[in-house]
Design a protein around this ligand. Structure first.
Ligand code: FMN
Ligand code: SF4
Ligand code: SF4
Length: 273
């Protein structure tokens, strides 16, 4: 069975889980190919789904859903009744309705969603001082990925004829969810910038940027396009790109969530079958 693992990943959590899933699929005898659609160029190039028997879609949770650029791109595909699975990485807070919202898009595009999973991954805002899932994904996520792959393959092959249903829709409508996407700028109040510092102009920040917002020559971002994924900050080999400190918002986040670092970090992932 030929399987495309199609993923978006700005800071590598989703990529690392995609790699684990690929290894496990191959271990179980499938032929699995990683298809990274993080960059605008990769999404524009597209994927020939006709070359595969099934697909696995991976994304981070950004403000309760898959990142908008990924959702928009998924909305252009034609699944042609292909079976697919989904997985998400998340930073310790709200996950839903990411599964529901992504499944709804895929089903509208004629994919058949048979399973899903969510895996803890270090929170992107740790770059500025948050401390959520600092060392995840780890072996707990790898073990869960094994179960995910085994169950998903049974469904892809038809040995198990079930498919997943009943994802949490949650209390919010699409307009409210769109509004929540703006909240990231209450945490990332200063978008990535070199603040005028010189750099080697390696171009990695611009190449990685999923929205074309980064201009490596000036070291500044287009605030109307930036999604605060912080991929540029993480990739810069010179550590030149800076954001504001997120330490104050971290304390507020713990208080609002009535939680502690220990409680938060003891969370484990989940399968949806
Ligand atoms: C803009 C933005 C919004 C996020 N929103 C959430 C969220 O709603 N819930 C959550 O648990 N984590 C959230 N995160 C954390 C990411 O889901 C998490 O760090 C993810 O593993 C990053 O994946 P990547 O490394 O593949 O890019 C958010 C991260 C960013 C950048
Ligand atoms: S400029 Fe914005 S969207 Fe682009 S990589 Fe940096 S944080 Fe992400
Ligand atoms: S990644 Fe860093 S060093 Fe490379 S061009 Fe961007 S800011 Fe300069």
């Amino acid at each position: 069975m030929r399987i495309a693992i199609v993923f978006f990943s700005a800071t590598n959590n989703t990529r690392s889980m995609a790699e684990v899933i690929r290894e496990r699929l191959e271990f179980e005898g499938a032929e699995a190919t990683l298809c990274d659609v993080t960059s605008p160029a990769a999404r524009a190039k597209g994927i020939d789904f006709g070359a595969y028997d099934a697909a696995v879609f991976g994304a981070p949770v950004h403000s309760l859903r898959a990142p908008k650029v990924m959702r928009d791109w998924l909305g252009t595909l034609d699944g042609n009744k292909m079976k697919c699975a989904m997985f998400f990485t998340y930073g310790g807070f709200t996950v839903h309705p990411a599964h529901y919202s992504t499944a709804r898009i895929l089903e509208k595009r004629h994919f058949i969603v048979v399973s899903s999973a969510e895996f803890p991954g270090k929170h992107t805002f740790n770059v500025g001082g948050w401390k959520a899932f600092t060392d995840r994904p780890d072996k707990r996520e790898h073990a869960l990925a094994e179960d995910f792959v085994r169950a998903t393959l049974r469904r892809f092959s038809g040995v198990d004829g079930d498919m997943v249903s009943g994802f949490e829709q949650g209390a919010f409508n699409d307009d409210q969810l769109d509004e929540f996407e703006g909240f990231r700028f209450k945490v990332i109040t200063e978008l990535p910038s070199r603040n005028g510092a010189e750099c080697c102009q390696c171009g990695m920040c611009e190449k990685l940027c999923p929205t074309g917002a980064m201009d490596c020559a000036s070291g500044t971002v287009d605030s109307s396009a930036c999604i605060a994924c912080l991929g540029c900050v993480a990739v810069c080999p010179e550590g030149n790109l800076k954001i504001n400190s997120t330490e104050q918002s971290w304390q507020m986040k713990l208080t609002m969530g009535k939680t502690t670092v220990e409680k938060l970090n003891s969370q484990v992932g989940k399968l949806y079958l």
